[in-house]
Design a protein. Structure first.
Lengths: 351, 351
């Protein structure tokens, strides 16, 4: 708990003046004002986050946290639980969606076992930080203890500290069969919205499966009665290990002034925990894609974040974050490499 | 005219069966069905366009067509007319937005003078295909003759033939001060919608400038009375050289089964001419970004195309196309590189 409290205390708001300086430079580049839209927003945000008026990206890391969920036993997913473990091996062999998209983005995938219900041998590329062997079934009681939740968050913070250096950009991702269920439970708890409004089809359940999923989440909230004003209570009672790890990574990144690009529904639930603990983390977060999952938008609105990849993705793993990183990198290049009106001898806009 | 007619005749619809084969492969990759959303759509479209069940991209070319517009004299742009020529030099020196984003995408920029009102010396990277020295002022009469419009289109076709080989993907772009004005005039002509509904702020004019722009376009339509059932009539009377060049590039690409990614508002006007001449071109086009310009969506809907980059861009040059190409390339890599359930030993979806 000491590590978490200490790290939350280190997070400072970004410098708005730097953002204005960055925009002044952008306005002097050979293009109509604001004509590169959100790419300009990303560039000035990168300046403000890093405190560097010449921002650069030289190390792109996607952290894919894996964890199991006792609630998988309730038939809330279209896939059997062992797929979490099987997919970890797929990540390590480079055959999953996140591997392909990370290679495309020039990013490294850091695969973290934080809560899989399986004992992995040591393997190249696998970072073993297991706190629990899967959560307990939230329909019947808390997912984990408060102390376990804190240890998961702190594991994420430590990863940020171990891997992050100047010039880094982080992406978050996850793998955990059934993990849209705790994510929806968490949003319902934080927002007070009806479960049905924040619950989607996950990997692809049918109408009957959906009704069951809503019922399971309603039961979980009734049984556990999480306190929405206490983020650690919500996380430990109806969350998950990988969600907690993502919360920690976001907190760690913000404390080190490293930009962190969050993926879709589950990653955003992790980021939301970080935000509820310390709203200043928001300045360091880039939302990436607009998930098909209902409830995703509710969380982003709560944090005041606007996604920018609209490709109907719902895979998770960090795939949306990997794509988003390529666009943020494009923005940084625009900022650094475009000619100014003066340099290029181009006439400016009429007054 | 012979070249145009002949090339239109070569365009075949894509093979729907190939698209189904591609989807079958996508469904066997280690992810929930359809969970990569539009990336899956792009991959199967690439298979269908190229006829290659192992599609690849090894040559990315952005064609940035430059042309001037007599209507610039009517004060419809925030920039003076000489900026077209100045920006061509900026392209050649690599300092413009399209240069930066093309480098990011691993694409080459082909700068084409098709209608600039300036005589360029030979310069490395400049492709000289001038048909006219700018259009005439459309408020007073036709932009160009029908024969000039055809020559511009054929110049685009020839470029497609010269540059395109198997494995190519094309992007379109343009530079031409005032060219949102003819583009809006063309959409109004084709759609019959009121000018105000298809006209935007271009590079950034104020309310008074906007009212003037609408008036200029209304005058141009009244004076020229283009026939919406005759795309060459619309193009020659209220269009532009670079818009015609883009139409030709799209037609040439479709005839060679090369995918072509169109940029924003003006590029889409060019693609629309191609579509009105031969609706089958649609199968070969990827819409890229959702422009801030009103009227863009009207054209995309008319062609049944859905954009996928939503970054509030309104720069043109091909910038949206360059970004879109990176996402299409990501889709091709997903298709080619991801492991199947069988390969990876991952359990499939419950029945």
């Amino acid at each position: 708990m000491g590590k978490l409290v200490e790290t939350l205390g280190k997070i400072a708001p970004v410098d708005q003046a730097l953002m204005e300086d960055a925009q002044a430079r952008l306005d002097n580049l050979t293009k109509p004002k604001d004509s590169l839209g959100r790419l300009e927003e990303f560039a000035r945000k990168m300046v403000a986050i890093t405190g560097n008026t010449k921002p650069y990206i030289d190390k792109k890391l996607i952290f894919t946290f894996a964890g199991d969920h006792g609630v998988a036993a309730e038939g809330v997913s279209a896939f059997p639980k062992e797929v979490t473990m099987q997919m970890v091996y797929n990540f390590l062999r480079g055959g999953a969606g996140i591997n392909v998209l990370s290679r495309h983005a020039g990013a490294e995938v850091v695969v973290v076992d934080i809560g899989v219900d399986f004992e992995f041998e040591d393997a190249p590329g696998l970072v073993k930080r297991k706190v629990i062997r899967g959560t307990k079934n939230i329909r019947k009681g808390p997912a984990m203890t408060r102390e376990e939740a804190v240890r998961c968050i702190e594991a994420g913070i430590v990863l940020a500290e171990e891997y992050g250096t100047k010039g880094s950009v982080f992406g978050t991702g996850e793998m955990g069969i059934a993990n849209t269920t705790p994510s929806s439970a968490m949003i319902a708890a934080f927002s007070g919205l009806p479960v049905e409004e924040v619950t989607g089809r996950g990997t692809g359940i049918d109408e009957r499966g959906f009704k069951n999923k809503v019922q399971v989440i309603e039961d979980a909230l009734r049984v556990n009665n999480p306190d929405p004003s206490d983020p650690l209570d919500v996380l430990s009672k109806v969350g998950g290990a990988e969600i907690a790890g993502i919360a920690g990574l976001v907190i760690g990144a913000a404390s080190m002034r490293i930009p962190v690009v969050i993926d879709g529904f589950i990653s955003t639930a992790g980021a939301l925990v970080a935000y509820e603990l310390q709203p200043k983390v928001r300045d360091y977060i880039f939302a990436s894609h607009n998930s098909v999952e209902k409830g995703h938008r509710v969380m982003l609105d709560r944090m005041g974040l606007r996604p920018f990849v609209d490709l109907d993705l719902r895979l998770g793993e960090g795939t949306g974050a990997a794509i988003a990183i390529t666009l943020i990198e494009a923005a940084v290049k625009i900022y650094n490499e475009m000619a100014t009106f003066g340099d290029a001898g181009v006439s400016g806009q009429n007054a």
